[in-house]
Design a protein. Structure first.
Length: 311
């Protein structure tokens, strides 16, 4: 399944502060609305596999400010700004209220959107993100960006002589070593801007660095979590950005939030990492089933799903 699938894939732009936000969408225009929000260095082409499992849903996915084809939009960035942009997307699509699914940093932006524009959000599906990331005490902002992003930060400073060179770079990435597919090829091709032999990743480093600081618990996020009033499900991956253990959310990091937010259903996915939880069939199937349950006002029954258990 690719971004240019048979699922009525379209791309448009939405006016926001400083210019236009690029937005992709899949599915019937009269289908129930799902707003899908990608991660910190990603784009809307994170989502076509999830869309393929929800053929009757109108899945709307922007390139966030500073990423993809929205990468020329100016700062300041941060979760409140992303929430403002996301609200503008829903308004432009004529959506009064949507289930909002966020992956990685997109989950943080989704939580803040629900807090700032509560009537626009029916329920939240948070995919390996949305709770403050556990980080060592006393770490500086620069060190935090490095700790969270690791090699992804280096990639944003690199140039590539051709699309095939960039594809080779990703082909050797530990996260995709055993899970290469056509979606990943499309995702990678879209991520490049510039001209050969000086192609570069689309995401703005300044945007990524500014947003990363909030992932350990920015003021807007902590307020949103304190005031969380929407039905919400968190799905965590057992491996991180480099297919490593420990993951972004070790079990001990989730324990305090389980006590603080008893209304947050926590699910632990199997055999995926931070990327493949949305970009492979087994991950996308679980995420789409969780979205479908949210659309129906219910939650995933873990006893009926071999790919998940309660976190």
């Amino acid at each position: 399944m690719t971004g240019n699938s048979s699922l009525n894939y379209q791309r448009t732009s939405v006016p926001v502060r400083g210019g236009d936000l690029t937005v992709g969408s899949w599915g019937p225009e009269d289908g129930p609305a799902v707003l899908a929000v990608h991660g910190v260095t990603s784009s809307h082409l994170t989502w076509p596999l999830v869309a393929s499992y929800l053929p009757n849903v109108r899945l709307i996915a922007p390139d966030l400010r500073g990423r993809g084809r929205s990468n020329e939009l100016p700062g300041p960035w941060g979760m409140p700004q992303h929430a403002e942009d996301l609200a503008a997307v829903l308004d432009a699509f004529g959506v009064d209220s949507a289930v909002v699914v966020g992956h990685s940093m997109g989950a943080f932006a989704s939580v803040v959107l629900a807090n700032l524009s509560p009537k626009k959000v029916r329920a939240l599906v948070l995919v390996d993100g949305g709770l403050p990331l556990p980080t060592p005490p006393g770490i500086s902002d620069d060190e935090l960006t490095r700790a969270i992003l690791g090699p992804a930060a280096d990639r944003l400073a690199m140039t590539f002589e051709s699309q095939s060179a960039y594809r080779d770079f990703w082909r050797n990435h530990p996260a995709f070593a055993n899970d290469w597919n056509e979606l990943i090829e499309d995702y990678i091709a879209y991520d490049l801007v510039g001209t050969e032999p000086n192609l570069r990743p689309a995401s703005s480093f300044d945007a990524v660095a500014a947003d990363s600081i909030e992932l350990r618990g920015g003021e807007s996020l902590l307020k949103a979590l304190d005031e969380l009033a929407h039905p919400a499900t968190l799905i965590t991956a057992p491996r991180g950005l480099m297919n490593e253990v420990p993951p972004l959310y070790p079990a001990e990091a989730l324990a305090p939030w389980r006590a603080k937010l008893p209304q947050l259903q926590m699910l632990a996915a199997h055999s995926v990492n931070h990327y493949t939880i949305v970009m492979t069939d087994r991950g996308a199937r679980l995420v789409s089933e969780t979205i479908a349950a949210a659309l129906n006002g219910s939650v995933v029954d873990v006893t009926q799903h071999e790919e998940v258990e309660r976190a």
